[in-house]
Design a protein around this ligand. Structure first.
Ligand SMILES: [Zn+2]
Length: 72
């Protein structure tokens, strides 16, 4: 969200002029966040949990297949 230091307020991207200045006071607005939005990156422990889940469910599938084979 662009921030106007002069107005001390947040400005919606649509509330800026085409040159990227504040429509209310015509001051330069910091639009760095607009050009480089923070990317939502999953933390490393999320992927550890995904790997553990895949291993666990894979093992339960193998166990289930072994159970089925032994039953018939
Ligand atoms: Zn302003």
């Amino acid at each position: 969200m662009p921030w106007c230091d002069t107005c001390d307020e947040y400005r919606a991207p649509t509330a800026l002029t085409t040159s990227g200045t504040c429509a209310a006071c015509d001051a330069k607005v910091d639009v760095a966040d607009l050009k480089n939005p923070p990317t939502a990156k999953a933390p490393w422990h999320f992927w550890v949990m995904v790997a553990a889940l895949v291993l666990y469910l894979g093992w339960r599938l193998i166990e289930g297949i072994i159970w089925l084979v032994q039953k018939f």
